[in-house]
Design a protein around this ligand. Structure first.
Ligand code: URP
Ligand code: ZN
Ligand code: ZN
Length: 497
């Protein structure tokens, strides 16, 4: 599959979804980086033998032959010469690699930087079966070009394919022009507006409207972090005044109503501008119901839950051990039991469309910045490993991309019968904790092939810093179809002189 069809497939809701519970989790794998010769150490000709090849609406037992990074044949009993690496996939699923639409590698945030960089975070992703991710460029001093340059540098050590979204944190003519450059010259087709994080990344409605207008004119997708940042600020003051300084104060100070309000506001403003909207990390029923309502009325709104919101509940924030509780601090907060199940149901019925990880990790030392004040705990949780297992339930295996002749050879082999335990001691990431610690899983990614090379096999990663590729993404995706017509209809209805 080429990258534009991969991304299109992503937006067509492929990577859901999992009934994660204590008993049906996934993965275990000791770390270890080996191999120093390019994108993996195996030859560029691979035959995957006898697996169940899973496509969107069909599955069949077949061999898959890969040559020079492309799937060259999918059929039973392919014969090959001695120069071909043969991988036995009998009894296993052969599926496209995952795409994670939401990560934060080497992100400067809340006075520190996320501890997984573009090598360690991507290596963990590959071990979990993800072969592409999209990270968020944060502007430097509001400058998009400076932000892009900074992320180009950060990504020099990349070991897998990646793309960029970009945040917009201030507004003026320069930013407006730079958005154009990002879309037309740098391959960015989506911009995130933070409605929270007052005093740092937060923007106001004025900027949101300018940003939406500009996105629309460029065919770029507007994304929102939907929480009312002013109200969160007020909520934090109240909770601190009550003497609550621990991690539970994080959840108490920014309840679901503030996520619901901002989601509704963003949706209505996007409707007013008639531009598509993507709501990132939908964490609550309140936000999900706003999205459901808008979609029912025909508005183009995409809702992205994240693994933590689907699987966890807020109870851990009340753990008396700060080291444990603080690792669950993220925004919007992980919600009370019940929200996750409702988000899972919304995902299974298409009210929400795709799953990200929001992988944004800080270690225990960094989390301890907020030991006396929950407002200073860096926000973010892990998720990139075991990503695909988290996001893809074997019973939902049909809802993925395609293993087709001519497609990019980004392929995983998943063993539905293996079981394992998730632990920080084996999660490949640099952080020292894991919010899924101790959960058991079933269905392990045993082999990852990225760019036609085996990069994960026998619990070993075979990747080298610097061989990852930047994937440019074109504007005017399918969500923009019909926008012009609707605008013209609205204009004519005004009967302007
Ligand atoms: O807590 C979170 N989600 N951290 C990452 C930044 C963001 O808002 O996505
Ligand atoms: Zn966010
Ligand atoms: Zn995020």
């Amino acid at each position: 599959m080429d990258h534009s069809s991969q991304l299109f497939a992503l937006f067509l809701l492929l990577l859901p979804f999992t009934q994660l519970s204590e008993s049906n989790q996934y993965c275990e794998a000791p770390s270890g980086y080996v191999g120093e010769i390019g994108y993996g150490v195996s030859g560029s000709k691979i035959l995957i033998k006898g697996g169940t090849v899973v496509n969107a609406h069909h599955q069949e037992i077949a061999d898959v032959y890969v040559e020079d990074g492309i799937i060259a044949a999918v059929q039973p009993n392919i014969k090959v010469g001695d120069d071909v690496t043969v991988v036995d996939a009998t009894g296993k699923f052969v599926m496209p690699g995952g795409i994670d639409p939401h990560t934060h590698l080497a992100m400067e945030f809340m006075g520190t930087e996320t501890i997984d960089d573009f090598f360690s975070g991507q290596a963990a992703a590959l071990a979990g079966g993800t072969t592409m991710h999209i990270d968020f460029v944060i502007p430097v001093g509001g400058s998009l070009s400076a932000g892009f340059e900074a992320y180009e540098k950060k990504a020099k050590i990349a070991c897998m394919d990646y793309g960029f979204h970009m945040a917009i944190t201030k507004w003026d003519e320069v930013v407006s022009r730079e958005m154009e450059i990002m879309v037309k010259e740098k391959g960015i087709n989506s911009f995130k507006f933070f409605m929270a994080y007052k005093g740092s990344l937060m923007i106001n409605d004025d900027l949101l409207l300018e940003g939406f207008k500009k996105c629309k004119s460029l065919g770029a997708l507007a994304m929102v972090h939907a929480e009312n940042g002013d109200a969160v600020f007020e909520g934090q003051k109240r909770i601190i005044e009550l003497g609550i300084t621990g991690p539970e104060g994080h959840a108490l100070s920014r309840p679901p109503v503030l996520e619901g309000e901002a989601t509704a506001r963003a949706i209505r403003l996007a409707d007013f501008m008639n531009t598509p909207l993507y709501v990132v990390h939908v964490m609550s029923i309140d936000a999900m119901e706003e999205i459901a309502r808008a979609r029912k009325s025909g508005q183009k709104v995409v809702g992205e839950p994240v693994v933590s919101g689907l699987v966890l509940d807020e109870s851990a924030l009340w753990n008396p051990d700060f080291n444990i509780a603080s690792r669950y601090v993220m925004s919007p907060p992980i919600r009370a039991a019940g929200h996750g199940k409702a988000l899972q149901a919304a995902l299974s019925t298409g009210v929400l469309q795709l799953v990200g990880t929001d992988h944004c990790v800080f270690n225990s030392t960094q989390k301890a910045f907020g030991i006396n004040d929950f407002r200073k705990i860096p926000n973010g949780v892990n998720g990139v490993w075991p990503n695909i297992s988290h996001r893809l339930c074997p019973i939902d295996k049909h809802r993925v991309g395609a293993i087709l002749v001519g497609s990019d050879a980004d392929i995983i082999i998943l063993n539905p019968n293996s079981s394992f335990e998730i632990s920080a001691s084996s999660h490949h990431s640099r952080t020292d904790t894991n919010v899924y610690e101790g959960r058991r899983g079933k269905g392990k990614v045993e082999v990852t092939i990225a760019g036609g090379k085996i990069v994960w096999q026998n619990d070993e990663l075979k990747v080298t810093p610097g061989i990852g590729r930047y994937v440019e993404m074109p504007p005017f995706n399918y969500l923009f179809s019909g926008i012009d017509k609707a605008d013209a209809k609205h204009l004519s209805s005004l009967r302007a002189p």
